[in-house]
Design a protein around this ligand. Structure first.
Ligand code: UD1
Ligand code: CA
Length: 485
């Protein structure tokens, strides 16, 4: 980052708190919004600042949080907070985790403020460095400031101190300018000031917020800069705020895709993870969820009522009322309504997975169709084949799973069972109702259905007086529907 010049930068992300207001077995910062844990959003932003050190501070449920950081941010320096509580102590522990001679700017953010963006932080760092102050605090002016620390200013408007909600006087509680929990400090001054901060407050914690007053007392300058968009600093402490911030982030994600050329009929019922990618002229209909690494190709139509998880949809494809995970849907293909695509489904271009069809680990070639009421598991189907209605790929013998292979341009009859392992050659047919237990060579017709016997007058004799028998007798009398058998 150019504006840093020769300055060094460390970014501390606070995530050691217990998050008790979430009432959860899961650490607060691991709750997800738009496909990433809260901490993932915070670390993505922190990692985009070109800092020498990104330092997440953790303690509560370390065993859950540390593996996430190690997997996705292996360059981050994890700092462990000790038993002394408070945001001030957390930052002290962060400073202990980086070289003692570190000089430069220290940005402090929180793992529970997911909408904070890179331009806001860059602007804050810029304001901090250009003013040559010891600390810069990002503030927000809220209609309802309850819960937040209040920014107390002198009568001439200069920064005086931050008072926590629980420690504030009645008069201070009326202040609408709050501490957003995002700061830039000079590293050396921060170290010294933290050493002097005590824990004489309602929570008995060592507050980072007290550093501001400490620095001012030492004759340094501290500035508070209000953010222009309050959503960027919305903190999540409970599940009501989790839902509110999730909806707002989703609204922003939908808006960005709309401006990039995606039609979204109803953004409020369309949920798109930050990790999803959409092409031009995609249409999303209500009740659509695009999760994880889902990618939608140009011109595809998805919805209504579709859930796609880590699924790729090709250009011009159509997906209606379907649930797909770990699947690929080819260009021009059609899926749904009422289709369930489990991991490993790979539908070729212009193929079809139709109504009440479940697939798993199934490669279905270009132009091949499974239109109705079927289960296709552990199978490979060539190109241009048609699987009859009501077909089951019997892949499980009770102990092991086996594969089925169907060639190209095959026509299978309705109500077939393919007992795997099995192979059907190119251009073969199978008759309706066939239980296919032996391989079928190219071009053969397979059938193993018992010859049909029609027992004359069975209903009239065995069910005398019934509606069926009466109808049969009437039909016979009028000479209707006579059979040759
Ligand atoms: C904090 C601020 C408050 C500000 C608000 C903005 C303090 C004392 N108060 O309050 O002025 O208005 O954020 O959202 O800083 N954490 C640790 N270690 C701890 C305690 C907390 O790492 O010992 C972490 C938490 O995991 C969380 C962050 O620090 O990510 C903030 O803690 P939280 O308890 O949510 O503070 P607030 O009450 O929101
Ligand atoms: Ca908070």
């Amino acid at each position: 980052m150019n504006l840093m010049g020769e300055q060094h930068l460390a970014v501390v992300v606070l995530a050691a708190g217990a998050g008790t207001r979430m009432k959860s077995n899961k650490p607060k910062v691991m709750h997800e919004i738009a496909g990433l844990p809260l901490l993932g959003h915070a670390l993505a932003t922190a990692s985009s600042l070109g800092a020498s050190f990104v330092v997440p501070v953790i303690r509560h449920q370390r065993e859950v949080i540390a593996p996430y950081i190690e997997a996705f941010y292996p360059n981050a320096v994890i700092a462990d907070q000790d038993e002394i509580p408070g945001t001030g102590r957390a930052v002290e522990c962060a400073l202990d985790a980086i070289p003692a001679d570190f000089k430069g700017a220290v940005v402090v953010t929180s793992g529970d403020v997911p909408l904070l963006d890179v331009p806001t932080l860059e602007g804050l760092i810029d304001a901090h460095l250009s003013q040559g102050v010891a600390a810069t605090v990002l503030t927000a002016i809220l209609d309802d400031p309850s819960g937040y620390g209040r920014v107390v200013r002198t009568s001439d408007g200069s920064f005086l101190k931050i008072v926590e909600d629980r420690d504030a006087s009645k008069k201070q509680l009326e202040i609408r300018e709050v501490n957003a929990g995002v700061y830039v400090f000079d590293a050396e001054h921060l170290r010294t000031a933290l050493g002097r901060v005590g824990s004489h407050n309602a929570q008995g914690e060592k507050y980072l917020t007290d550093v501001a007053a400490e620095l001012l007392a030492e004759g340094f300058e501290v500035q508070g800069i209000p953010v222009t968009d309050n959503w960027l600093v919305a903190g999540i402490n409970d599940r009501v705020q989790l839902a509110e911030v999730t909806a707002e982030l989703n609204r922003r994600i939908c808006e960005a895709w709309q401006l990039a050329g995606v039609t979204i009929l109803d953004p409020s019922s369309t949920w798109i993870d930050v990790t999803a990618e959409l092409g031009q002229d995609v249409t999303l209909l209500p009740g659509t969820y695009l999760r994880g690494m889902t990618k939608i190709g140009p011109g595809a139509t998805v919805g209504p009522e579709v859930v796609l998880v880590d699924t790729e949809v090709g250009a011009g494809a159509t997906v209606i009322k379907a649930h797909a995970t770990g699947s690929r849907i080819g260009a021009g293909a059609s899926v749904g309504p009422f289709s369930f695509l489990r991991p490993g489904t790979d539908l070729g271009a212009d193929g079809k997975i139709g109504t009440f069809v479940e697939t798993k680990n199934a490669k279905i070639g270009a132009g091949s169709k499974v239109p109705h009421l079927s289960y296709v598991g552990d199978a490979e189907i060539g190109e241009g084949s048609n699987i009859g209605a009501g077909t089951i790929f019997a892949n499980y013998d009770g102990v092991n799973k086996h594969r089925s292979k169907i060639g190209s341009h095959v026509r299978t009859g309705s109500d077939n069972v393919f007992v795997a392992p099995i192979e059907i050659g190119d251009g073969a047919y199978t008759a309706a109702g066939t239980i296919v237990r032996r391989d079928v060579a190219p071009g053969e017709l397979a059938m193993n259905v018992a010859p049909q016997r029609n027992l004359a007058d069975w209903v009239i004799q065995k069910r005398p007086g019934s509606a069926a028998a009466n109808a049969a007798e009437a039909a016979k009398a009028s000479g209707k529907n006579s059979s040759e058998n």
